[in-house]
Design a protein around this ligand. Structure first.
Ligand code: ADP
Length: 267
């Protein structure tokens, strides 16, 4: 299937902690700068970009000079709460360098599950985009926990990005990962794994290639990306899974270059 993005206007870009924080715990300033440049550039070209960014915990550990995440849940929430401010502060600073205004939208699952609050969130996104502001979205880690009767957690930001794409009715969801796309088997284990350039259906085989339930990657990892793709398919949307190592590739993708894995159903 040909990749045709000329009608794409509203797009959600998801970036994960591993792309923003270096293995030694330092902040990847170069990556954030490139990302801010690309998103600002998209906006100048008439796109309506929305960034879904993880990283609150990583930034918090960095600011508080802690070398590993605390075991205690309340402490984790405290660290994330510190980190979210640091992360947004840096985004605001770097985006302003490219004359782009950003805003912070923190979500919890309960908010998008109740029709009234969902309508408020939708209106807020619409207003921000109308005003030419780039919303930067994250889960509200400081308050979201897994509870049986009042679930506030999304699970992970792959899922959150698919939900945001649904809320804003995005034309395209771009997921930036630490890998070039979806392979026919885990490329970190198998040298002969082959990159899939197009996925039109979430088959058993695709689920198996992503790790399958019960394996190391049964939750999070590639499986959560596949589940997000399924959500995108359910509303007849499209998604690109690509490596986030060079954010400028986003511009190339939108020009139609075959980079990463393109998820779109055949008609
Ligand atoms: P990120 O946090 O960068 O989004 P994840 O760790 O969540 O990345 O998911 C990407 C990882 O999923 C890859 O680095 C790889 O180890 C693993 N993986 C498992 N199966 C596959 C597959 N079939 N194709 C690509 N990656 C896979």
């Amino acid at each position: 299937m040909k990749r045709e993005f000329s009608r794409v206007k509203r797009l959600v870009i998801k970036i994960g902690t591993s792309s923003l924080v270096l293995p030694d715990g330092k902040i990847n300033l170069e990556k954030i700068d490139h990302l801010a440049f690309v998103i600002s550039n998209l906006q100048t070209k008439g796109f309506e970009p929305i960034l879904v960014s993880s990283g609150a915990m990583g930034f918090g550990l960095n600011v508080l000079e802690m070398n590993k995440r605390p075991h205690d849940l309340a402490k984790q929430q405290a660290v994330s709460s510190v980190g979210q401010v640091a992360m947004m502060g840096l985004y605001a600073q770097i985006f302003s360098h490219y004359q782009t205004q950003v805003s912070q939208v923190l979500l919890t699952r309960d908010v998008v599950e109740y029709p009234e609050s969902l309508a408020n969130v939708t209106n807020a996104f619409d207003s921000l985009l109308e005003m030419g502001i780039v919303p930067i979205v994250n889960e509200n880690d400081a308050v979201s926990v897994d509870e049986m009767d009042h679930a506030t957690k999304f699970g992970d930001n792959d899922r959150l990005s698919a939900i945001v794409a649904e809320i804003v009715n995005a034309d395209l969801l771009i997921m930036l990962s630490d890998i070039d796309g979806l392979y026919d088997k885990n490329p970190t284990i198998y040298d002969d794994a082959v990159l899939r350039t197009h996925v039109s259906e979430i088959t058993e085989e695709i689920l198996k290639s992503a790790g399958g339930a019960g394996s190391k990657f049964g939750t999070g990892g590639m499986m959560s990306k596949i589940q997000s793709a399924q959500m995108v398919f359910e509303r007849d949307g499209q998604m690109i899974l690509m490596n986030g190592k060079n954010p400028r590739d986003i511009l190339r993708v939108l020009e139609g270059q075959v980079i990463g894995t393109f998820f779109k159903q055949d008609k």
